[in-house]
Write a protein that binds this ligand. Structure first.
Ligand code: PLP
Length: 432
């Protein structure tokens, strides 16, 4: 067992941070409000590991909430950044790196015929929604309970992990008139979607979905769910939008569309395509994307969109992420999940876990989880104790029972073995 960790430097920095930022953080899920206690302050990362301000080491399964598929400070990304940086950090003029990254994305996701780079997943989904509304001439949006699509007003309705962890079903400040345009259905519930379309079909612009949910913990779609969404959207003239900000280049090189064999009209991307820098994108069929300004009338713009440093990090990341590398990360993800199942069984703890590619999740509940309502019945108190026991032993899991976990190319067999040993001890401690 590792010596008890000192948190003195972290505590001092968090005290200053709390005076500067709401809750001391610049994004709510970082605050540990889902697990209790104070977050540590990170100082550096390398490969599968991070170190906090007190020099405690952790094997990291959050990976900046998904982007770092090559691990922290991946040499190939740092080299690309140095090279790009020497030529200037921002121009606001078309640059060759944008073209190179877009071509890499389209090679792997051919249904993204044209795209637009933005700087956050929130921007990508907001812009895709505007486009869907413009293209269909309709106002309503259908989303799923527990799916998070960024903090755009229209999406802050039953929006999953961050808001759920804080117990905020909907956010104040979103006008009722706008929230009324957002319909919600349970995930994996085709009958509920059909009912909503029977009632409002002619007014629904788009179905937005995380094709595999990562923001209510990890929840895989039933085999028939995504094909049903495709045919319901087609039957009613609505667009199907896959929010692949999290699943893109994670569940498969071609994203969830390739993994589950269903092609959306529009796709939103983020996280991995920026390799740890602020990049996101929305894209899809050419005739839809040509409605965006300046070819079309749908306005959307960004001072730092296509930023050369961010593009360079994305190119280095996607360039390195070959099918063979992706498969080896996926294989280690499966090994981790398998190991966790054994540990939970040995400790006699109700447990269900799943993964797709390099994304995974688990719940302290005996039956599989198919919806956010299922997820909410898991033992959150046990998760809190387990999270802290894991942290104490040098494993950093997402600080919420309702978040997916991520694996990177830097997590080798040794890291998986060390993780399982530490989590075994952590569960033994937490279940008491
Ligand atoms: N969509 C999904 C599926 C996400 O997981 C997230 C963020 O976690 C977003 C959109 C929003 O992205 P960002 O935090 O970059 O605004």
């Amino acid at each position: 067992m590792l010596p008890l960790r000192s948190g003195r430097q972290s505590a001092a920095l968090m005290a200053r941070a709390r005076d500067l930022f709401p809750g001391g953080v610049n994004s709510p899920v970082r605050s540990f409000s889902g697990v209790g206690g104070d977050p540590f302050v990170v100082a550096r990362g390398a490969g599968a590991r991070i170190w906090d301000a007190d020099d405690n080491e952790y094997i990291d399964y959050v990976l900046s909430w998904g982007p770092l598929v090559l691990g922290h400070a991946a040499p190939v990304v740092l080299d690309a950044l140095r090279e790009a940086m020497a030529r200037g950090t921002s121009f606001g003029i078309p640059n060759g790196l944008e073209v190179a990254l877009a071509e890499l994305i389209r090679e792997r996701m051919p249904h993204v015929e044209m795209m637009r780079f933005v700087s956050s997943g929130t921007e990508a989904t907001m812009s895709a929604l505007r486009l869907a509304r413009a293209a269909t001439g309709r106002d309503l949006l259908l989303k799923f309970d527990g799916c998070y699509h960024g903090h755009g007003d229209s999406f802050l309705v039953r929006a999953g992990s961050g808001v759920a962890t804080l117990g905020l079903p909907n956010s104040p400040g979103v006008p009722d008139a706008l929230a009324a345009l957002t319909l919600t259905s349970p995930f994996n519930d085709i009958a509920a979607v059909e009912r909503l379309f029977a009632q409002h079909g002619e007014r629904i612009a788009a179905i937005f979905v995380e094709p595999a949910v990562g923001n209510a913990g990890f929840i895989a779609p039933d085999a028939e769910f995504l094909p049903a969404l495709r045919s319901i959207a087609d039957a009613h003239g609505a667009l199907l939008v896959f929010d692949e900000v999290m699943t893109g280049f994670r569940v498969a090189i071609g994203g969830a569309a390739a993994y589950y064999g269903v092609t959306p009209d529009l796709t939103t991307l983020g996280k991995v395509i920026g390799g740890g820098l602020p990049v996101a994108a929305y894209g899809g069929r050419r005739e839809l994307m040509e409605r965006i300004a300046p070819t079309g009338p749908v306005y959307q713009a960004g001072t730092l969109s296509g930023n050369p440093l961010a593009m360079a990090a994305g190119i280095a990341t996607l360039g390195a992420l070959t099918p063979a590398l992706h498969e080896s990360i996926a294989q280690r993800t499966r090994a981790l999940i398998e190991g966790l199942r054994h540990i939970a069984a040995r400790h006699g703890v109700p447990f269900t876990a799943d993964c797709a590619g390099s994304m995974f999740g688990f719940f302290f509940r005996a039956e599989p989880v198919r919806s956010f309502a299922d997820a909410r019945t898991a033992d959150v108190e046990l998760f809190r104790r387990f999270f802290h026991a894991a942290l104490e032993r040098g494993v950093y899991l997402a600080p919420s029972a309702f978040e997916a976990g991520f694996m990177s190319a830097a997590h080798g067999d040794a890291e998986i073995a060390a993780t399982l040993e530490r989590l075994d001890a952590a569960l033994g401690h937490a279940r008491r």
